[in-house]
Ligand binder design. Structure first.
Ligand SMILES: *Cc1c(COP(=O)(O)O)cnc(C)c1O
Length: 352
């Protein structure tokens, strides 16, 4: 033990999915998008001399573009370095009452890490036996509420009415809806920000827009809450968004056609892949995301995970209560998912 130990902010860190170097690996473990961002940024050249200056602290280029895209005022949009940064800022800004914040027991595994790091008390509310959120669990005194819709890693979507009930029943808490996967077939709760003053919607460019490497996320809410977010951001690091992300991120927003096409391809592949998994003995939760969460009826998930890895297919396995027999498999291209199915067929027949 060191004598300075009591001065350290010692945390149990979030464990991101592996990023292997071998390009032969079929990488389906971190919900990246196989198609890449809109090709309209391929030949863009950036005047590198501009990098000598600090970027616009307001991130105006991107904020204005997103406001226009979503029919909002720029004062209703906050951008950050991936939605992880935006969510961490939200936790810092909105969860300060000392009361417990609430989120599901099975959900994005960063929430409890931020709560621990920021010393925010929290309580996990169990999903029901079908892995659904029980909304009445959130009708209790709390310091704030956060969950993804669709939820991760289950992939299960709730309706806008469901979210409205939670927001309406919690007028004195901020409710954060993490819409990381909403573009893959869900209905957004965004219109509710006009009706309620306690709702924040968070989005990312990492999944549906295939830009995980540029780190762009954003929040949408009323101007009052966005102002509080910006005040915290300016007090912490004023220049979070780098110039290439601002420029390239704004540029791809204009290519709606490419965006819709690639998202639809992933949705089709997901539905085809789900049916194929079911034919070989998996039960698959109904997903509205770019991944599926599946358990095999006979073979333990960890065993399948290891065998897929030997065959250079990386998926995600969580050694956690209730979900340790499930695999989370990102939807790649049709060819990639066909490979997964043929490897799974071999693994399953060899294990019988
Ligand atoms: C991927 C993901 C995020 C974070 O995405 P960024 O790459 O940081 O924008 C946030 N929430 C959920 C539920 C996610 O799956």
């Amino acid at each position: 033990m060191y004598s300075w130990m009591d001065k350290i902010r010692a945390v149990e860190p979030y464990v991101p999915g592996e990023q292997p170097k071998d390009s032969k690996i079929i990488k389906l473990n971190t919900n990246e998008n196989p198609y890449g961002p809109s090709p309209r940024i391929k030949d863009m050249s950036l005047d590198t001399n501009m990098f000598r200056k600090y970027p616009d602290p307001r991130a105006g280029l991107l904020v204005d573009k997103l406001a226009e895209y979503h029919n909002l005022k720029p004062e209703q949009v906050f951008v950050g370095v991936g939605s992880d940064d935006v969510l961490a800022m939200c936790f810092m800004t909105f969860f300060n009452s000392g009361k417990k914040i609430l989120f599901p027991d099975i959900t994005y595994s960063f929430y409890d890490v931020w709560a621990e790091m920021l010393r925010i008390p929290y309580e996990r509310k169990p999903l029901d036996k079908d892995f659904k959120i029980v909304k009445e669990d959130y009708y209790t005194e709390n310091g704030g509420i956060v969950f993804p819709n669709p939820n991760a890693p289950t992939g299960i979507l709730v309706s806008v009415d469901f979210i409205e009930d939670i927001v309406k029943n919690n007028p004195s808490s901020i409710v954060i809806i993490d819409e990381a996967y909403i573009d893959f077939g869900g209905e957004t709760a965004l219109p509710l920000i006009d009706k309620y003053d306690n709702l924040v919607i968070v989005r990312t460019f990492s999944k549906s827009r295939s830009m995980a490497g540029l780190r762009i996320g954003y929040a949408m809410s009323n101007p009052v809450l966005i102002k509080y977010l910006n005040d915290v951001k300016y007090s912490y690091n004023s220049y979070t968004m780098n110039m290439p992300s601002l420029i390239l991120g704004s540029e791809i927003i204009d290519d709606e056609e490419y965006f819709v096409n690639t998202v639809n391809k992933i949705i089709n592949t997901r539905d085809r892949f789900t049916a194929a998994l079911e034919r070989i003995g998996f039960s698959v939760l109904p997903s509205k995301t770019n991944f599926v969460f599946a358990a095999h009826k006979d073979i333990p998930a960890k065993e399948i995970f290891d065998k897929l890895k030997d065959r250079k297919i990386y998926v995600r396995y969580f050694n956690a209560p209730r979900i340790d027999n499930y695999l989370r498999i990102t939807i790649g291209t049709d060819e990639e998912m066909d490979r997964v199915i043929s490897e799974l067929l071999q693994i399953c027949s060899a294990t019988k």
